[in-house]
Design a protein around this ligand. Structure first.
Ligand SMILES: *Cc1c(COP(=O)(O)O)cnc(C)c1O
Length: 378
């Protein structure tokens, strides 16, 4: 194994703010003792994120999963929710944990978001909402989805966990639909260690979310909702304030890595490389590649194992499909979503994070070309 790397490269690595800067940021908490319950940094981060994402209607949450749960709960839905199985299991769980029934729509073979052409056939009398996912930060077919939703009186809640900072036609991804949810998990483009947010449209929903994330407490003596505890604390809000200062620079670094991958892997038969959609400003969150076993003679799983032997850790993201998870597979069949099934079986996301070195990307690409027997060209 001549190319085995000395130091492992993992699929992702959280960005860290400057240590001193974070310490300065949290120092006042030792005077105030105000550690949580929507204190100063909570409000400040909501405002600063609102400015960055061009919306003042944003409610911080303890994580992206609870953002989804709280968003769905705030709408008081019941019945079926159309979503896709090509997502992180959180999307499906949030629907089920709201006593709603997921109905899986297949994905588009090019961008892997919900195939809007297959959406309408899945709408029934019980359908109440659509939860599409901006997978890898790629924008769903928002025009078509929202036109169908409007015609059938359905809510649209986008899982925008991958789409922080992404814009479509000059508007932020989170400005589409009735609501959008974000994840600020440590592995995401922008993070607060754990965290998330719901972007909503009207003040009534805002006050509902505020109450729901705090046990459903409306006022000191009134609890009128069955809420959860989904509050973000001050230490993590402080982390967010620091990280937000670096996010543009991080995205710029990711762009260089993304372009390096493309440059080094382009023209390789049997690989389907990612791309930036038309009218989209990307955040370069992931670098997903499809490995076509019929062309390559080697499958995704073998490429994954070979890379691992060389100290390069890619990820089968997303595999298995949500509908194939042990807790759902007795109810659903992934053969109903053949495109999602094929993509899940052939995709690998390659290492991508802001402080990955350009030279490391070059090495990863050399190893991939060698593994699939197309080395030496670049
Ligand atoms: C990360 C993620 C979530 C969940 O967010 P957490 O902050 O980890 O709870 C939900 N959906 C998608 C698509 C994600 O990638």
């Amino acid at each position: 194994m001549k190319n085995r790397l000395e130091k492992p490269i993992y699929v992702t690595r959280p960005s860290m703010p400057d240590y001193e800067e974070y310490m300065e940021q949290i120092k006042p908490l030792w005077d105030s003792h105000a550690l949580t319950n929507m204190a100063e940094y909570h409000g400040r981060l909501e405002r600063e994120l609102g400015r960055y994402l061009q919306t003042e209607k944003l409610s911080l949450m303890t994580n992206g999963h609870m953002a989804l749960e709280m968003a769905l709960q705030s709408l008081g839905l019941s019945g079926e929710v159309i979503t896709t199985p090509f997502t992180f299991i959180s999307t499906t769980h949030a629907i089920v944990r709201n006593n709603l029934t997921p109905v899986f729509c297949d994905i588009d073979g090019r961008d892997f978001t919900m195939d809007a052409a297959k959406l309408e056939a899945l709408i029934s009398k019980r359908t109440c909402a659509i939860v599409p996912v901006h997978v890898y930060g790629r924008i769903c077919n928002v025009e078509k989805i929202e036109e169908i939703a409007k015609r059938h009186g359905l809510k649209v809640i986008y899982d925008a966990a991958h789409a922080f900072g992404v814009t479509y036609k000059g508007k932020p991804a989170v400005s589409y639909g009735d609501m959008s949810t974000l994840s600020f998990h440590a592995t995401k483009v922008f993070h607060t260690v754990e965290g998330g947010a719901v972007v909503y449209r009207d003040d009534e929903t805002g006050s509902e979310l505020y109450s729901l994330k705090n046990f459903g407490i409306r006022s000191e003596e009134c609890t009128d909702g069955v809420g959860a505890n989904a509050k973000m604390d001050e230490l993590r809000a402080a982390m967010g304030l620091c990280n937000l200062r670096n996010v543009e620079a991080d995205i710029a670094r990711r762009k260089i890595l993304f372009e390096t991958y493309l440059e080094r892997l382009e023209g390789t038969a049997g690989l389907t490389l990612p791309f930036v959609q038309k009218d989209v400003k990307s955040n370069y969150a992931y670098f997903p590649v499809l490995f076509d076993e019929e062309v390559l003679g080697i499958g995704r799983d073998d490429v994954y194992e070979e890379l691992k032997k060389r100290n390069i850790y890619a990820r089968k993201y997303f595999y298995p499909l949500a509908s194939d998870a042990e807790c759902y597979r007795n109810v659903y069949s992934s053969s109903a979503t053949p495109v999602a099934k094929r993509v899940a079986e052939s995709v690998l996301t390659l290492p991508m994070y802001a402080d990955l070195e350009r030279q490391e990307v070059v090495l990863i690409c050399e190893n991939i070309r060698e593994i699939i027997g197309q080395g030496g060209k670049k």
